[in-house]
Design a binder for this molecule. Sequence first.
Ligand SMILES: *Cc1c(COP(=O)(O)O)cnc(C)c1O
Ligand code: SF4
Length: 454
Amino acid sequence: MDETVLSEVLQDDERRRFKVYTQKDLDTIVQLQALSEETRFEMRVVSSILPFRVNRYVIEELIDWNAVPDDPMYQLTFPQRAMLPEHMFEQMASAIRGDATRADIQILAQKLRAQLNPHPAGQLEMNVPKREDGDRVNGLQHKYRETVLFFPGQGQTCHSYCTFCFRWAQFVGDKDLRMATTEAAAVHGYLAEHREVSDLLVTGGDPMVMKTKHLAAYLDPLTAPEFDHIKTIRIGTKSLTFWPHRFVTDDDASELINLFARLIKAGKHVALMAHFNHWRELDTDIARSAIERVRRVGVEIRSQAPVLANINDDPDAWAKNWEMQVNAGIIPYYMFIERDTGASNYFELPLYRTYEIYRDAIRQLSGIGRTARGPVMSAGPGKVEIQGVAEIHGEKVFVLRFLQGRNPQWTHRPFFAAYNETAVWLDDLKPAFGEKEFFFEQEYTAMCDQAGVM
Ligand SMILES: *Cc1c(COP(=O)(O)O)cnc(C)c1O
Ligand code: SF4
């Protein structure tokens, strides 16, 4: 082979190999060397507290380094000073500048993380289900009747980390915050006992970091007759953004496609619940190839993502995101509101603003692009959608409804909250029309008491 051709092939092969960078590798990322000393120090400080992980594909093909620091793909993955409250930043900065040992820094980091609401909405306490014999099934969450969430042990990391991730705490080694299991038998046992469950949602982290053979060990058994009630297998993933090679060029990519084919042949609906914050994530050749390959075998791709300051707080960016998705055969599903955890101050938007962004984006699309519901808060009592802002008998109100309720009877029941321009989450809202509480509150409080929360 001609030398130059050979070197091109090698380069190409090299680019397809997954290479990851974490905090200790910050200095080896050449693109960062163009940034100021100060910016790089700030990254070091922030990434001692919040998780940082990025891979070569993101650095070389997603981020536009000419547009840094405003580039949304850079904001999505690289730590920024303002992601931490100022006092926290200062405390960690002086520890690092001073003569603190690595152990001291670890202890300080743990202390500061605990102040960032690492586990919002009582998930661990309230949603871990029990077997008929009373044993807890770790790694499962069963909050809404028809859907069980499953956190496989090998899938609790991601190809890169999003700076806003509400699951950030599990990536910084807080073992008791991890919701994982490796016990396939316990999961299958629970699903066999629960005929009311129609959907299994495999989630993480990102389950697509798993080798196909591990994923197959969990999913292939579901084609047996005792799991006929499990109609839909969803996989929550950001791999179409962070490592589309998973579906195209990885060693076990074809095996993965075959696994999907087997599940579909056995009558399951298989869906990737893909996380796309911004249209730029869809705009590479390898992402297009991955989408095409999974769609061709019959997997549906539905998309969901939070709306975030500094990344996608722009109706036009959302309209383009959804438009490109529809064009690629992806079905827009949810626009989420960011939870109150980790770096949420940096990303949070007032509720009224999330609604305006949704509305002004949706208006630009045909009905085919309007399948995205939202903006939605995934809160303790359920998934609450902001339907709009209205004036009723002279009072300005938020019109809300449950898309999912801890009690299925709450679903699609509209309710009203007094308009509040600074509210960023359900907790900030009060009932409209002088009512004392929302219709679900008593029942929800009783549910919390019963589970021993609060
Ligand atoms: C969002 C969510 C689901 C799935 O809800 P759908 O409306 O069916 O998409 C299931 N469980 C939990 C805990 C969720 O937050
Ligand atoms: S891919 Fe998902 S789980 Fe992973 S860091 Fe991003 S938001 Fe969090």
